[in-house]
Design a protein around this ligand. Structure first.
Ligand code: FAD
Length: 317
């Protein structure tokens, strides 16, 4: 079922989870052991992230270094199929512009359509590790809105090869990313929402938000999006913060604020278990407040801490 249909029909808040494919060489069992306990809460969707190749330097036998491209986390499409098969759940693959040509994207969309995937999250992706700014693939897209356009074209039966007449129409429901504390490249929140609105006007159906640790950012974002005429569902992205290291790591990677109260509690924690407890309590309060404010979906970034998410969900439902 499409995300928008789920939301329209839901009588209870919907749970959505997000996972990363395992690194190359690791088994899919690591995903199952991560997700198995969480299935008790009947998530409606499981998002699977998409990852571009990275340039790394490998030492050759002669002592010189060689630059090679390695895709450390392949398998998004296969994992979606496996999750749908095993858990009978809607899997939502992420698609990114960075590192992929339009043709590779089209082929991935064809595979997903054949597998019965109904939803995709269309993203730009970040700059490659060796670049300061995002550079599109020579035959790819610069912005997520261009990827949205490609998915919409395929939904209309228009393929890249113009000779394909009467092409099968796909029917993807399209999600896009939104940033309650603005995307780090955007000059201000209004400009960022202006571009979000363009993605919606082109045909995107819903928004999944970047993580935030202070709900006031999310409520402000909902208000500002409404003022700009963005009227599609916006799902809050939620992540437990469970270590002192994350107090500096999360803001630097995701450009989000960690509130002073959360920092203070985390700094007081003495053991790993104390840190987990601080993260659990904070996330639980965030969720309770969001549910009181009638948010229809809670989207959890489960990476690395499924037990914390489990404990939060157990206390919520
Ligand atoms: P865009 O919507 O293209 O926006 C990028 C920037 O350009 C913004 O500052 C925006 O304001 C601006 N902009 C947009 N359109 C235009 C335009 N036409 N002209 C000028 N400026 C414009 N990354 C991955 O690599 N893999 C993933 O699986 C992944 N999953 C994610 C899931 C979620 C829910 C979120 C929030 C992020 C995810 N990311 C992922 C990270 C994301 O790829 C980065 O945040 C990226 O930098 C921006 O992606 P976007 O889709 O928001 O880009």
């Amino acid at each position: 079922m499409k995300v928008t249909e789920h939301i329209a029909q839901a009588k209870e808040p919907i749970i959505s989870l997000e996972i990363l494919p395992p690194t190359k060489g690791k088994s899919i069992e690591s995903i199952y052991s991560h997700l198995d306990p969480l299935m008790e809460f009947k998530p409606a969707f499981i998002n699977v992230t998409y990852h571009r190749a990275e340039q790394v330097y490998k030492k050759r036998a002669d002592g010189n270094f060689e630059r090679v491209e390695i895709r450390k986390r392949p398998g998004t499409v296969g994992i979606c199929a496996a999750l749908m098969n095993k858990y009978k759940v809607e899997a939502i693959p992420h698609l990114i512009c960075g590192g992929f040509s339009k043709e590779e994207t089209e082929n991935a969309l064809i595979d997903l359509h054949f597998l019965g995937v109904k939803n995709v999250l269309a993203l730009r992706g970040d700059a490659a590790a060796n670049e300061k700014f995002f550079t599109p693939h020579p035959n790819g897209h610069r912005y997520a809105e261009d990827l949205v356009k490609q998915v919409i074209s395929l939904n209309q039966g228009k393929y890249l090869e113009e000779d394909i007449m009467d092409g099968v129409k796909t029917d993807f429901c399209i999600g896009v990313a939104g940033y309650p504390e603005k995307h780090f490249e955007a000059p201000n929140l209004d400009t960022d929402i202006y571009y979000l609105k363009r993605k919606i006007e082109l045909g995107a159906d819903y928004v999944t938000s970047q993580m935030f640790f202070n709900n006031k950012h999310f409520y402000n974002y909902l208000d500002r999006c409404k003022e700009h005429g963005v009227n599609v569902p916006i799902m809050p992205g939620l992540k437990p913060l469970t270590s002192k290291r994350q107090l500096t790591m999360i803001p630097s990677i995701f450009n989000v604020e960690v509130p002073v109260e959360l920092c203070n509690e985390m700094l007081k924690a003495k053991t790993e278990a104390d840190c987990d407890q601080v993260g659990t309590e904070w996330l639980l309060e965030q969720c309770r407040d969001l549910l009181r404010n009638k948010v229809p979906v809670l989207h959890f970034y489960t990476l690395g801490k499924p037990k914390v998410i489990y404990n939060v969900l157990k206390q919520l439902f």
